[in-house]
Design a protein around this ligand. Structure first.
Ligand SMILES: Nc1ncnc2c1ncn2[C@@H]1O[C@H](COP(=O)(O)OP(=O)(O)O)[C@@H](O)[C@H]1O
Ligand SMILES: [Mg+2]
Length: 207
């Protein structure tokens, strides 16, 4: 057992518990499989990490999660989240630890992965509209003199605002883009998953 493995369990559990909620969001503007996809993916991710002999380093664990998500999650979101985790894994080095600087780097890498793979930008009503605002609070210009927990908490607030913002905009990527203007008034399921992942990590770290 390691603390990293415990974090993976906490985060996976949060997604699996919210399966029906995430699916209900996707029913509004997509095809109603987002929660099913994510729960399947994180069940597989948890199993993959369970089988690892050494879970003390973040890089290999993040990569195992990413691979499991890509292989086991149907729909658009699986490969996107999977790529995000694999890019974050690749951004890990000997220096990576639980601090503002490392988290900033990992989040930046995850965002680049999703932008590349999904050809998406901020404001397209996707995962990015939660992830980019979360990342922003970790940037050096926004963290001067702040402690990690203060920043983690700001990230949660910023992510919530990001999800709320997705309710006001038209989807430009994925299935929801097919209904155009009718996607307004609904939160993006992938942005909500992102917030749930982050919130679960935050709550785990706070303990
Ligand atoms: N091209 C894209 N770039 C970034 N995120 C995307 C893209 N397409 C879809 N998404 C995200 O995926 C979520 C839908 O995931 P899911 O329902 O699991 O897959 P599918 O749309 O194939 O049914 C959306 O809410 C959105 O956040
Ligand atoms: Mg769907």
């Amino acid at each position: 057992m390691s603390r990293i493995k415990d974090a993976v369990d906490a985060v996976s559990r949060a997604i699996i518990e919210q399966r029906d909620y995430l699916t209900s969001l996707d029913l509004e503007i997509g095809d109603g499989d987002h929660g099913i996809n994510m729960a399947r993916g994180f069940t597989a991710a948890q199993e993959a990490v369970d089988e690892m002999l050494d879970t003390t380093k973040p890089g290999p664990v993040l990569d195992a999660i990413g691979r499991a998500l890509i292989q086991n999650t149907g729909g658009a979101a699986g490969p996107l989240f999977g790529t995000a985790f694999r890019k974050a894994a690749a951004a890990c080095d000997e220096e990576t630890g639980l601090n503002i600087r490392s988290l900033e780097k990992l989040l930046a890498a995850a965002i680049e992965g999703i932008k590349e793979r999904g050809r998406a930008e901020a404001g397209d009503k996707t995962i990015l509209d939660a992830l980019i605002p979360i990342h922003e609070v970790f940037l050096p210009e926004n963290t001067e003199g702040k402690r990690l927990f203060e920043v983690l908490q700001e990230g949660l607030r910023s992510g919530r605002e990001g999800v709320a913002y997705t309710k006001t905009i038209v989807a430009k990527k994925g299935r929801a883009s097919l209904i155009g203007e009718r996607s307004i008034g609904h939160e993006d399921p992938g942005a909500m998953s992102t917030l749930l992942l982050y919130r679960a990590l935050y709550q785990f770290l706070k303990k």
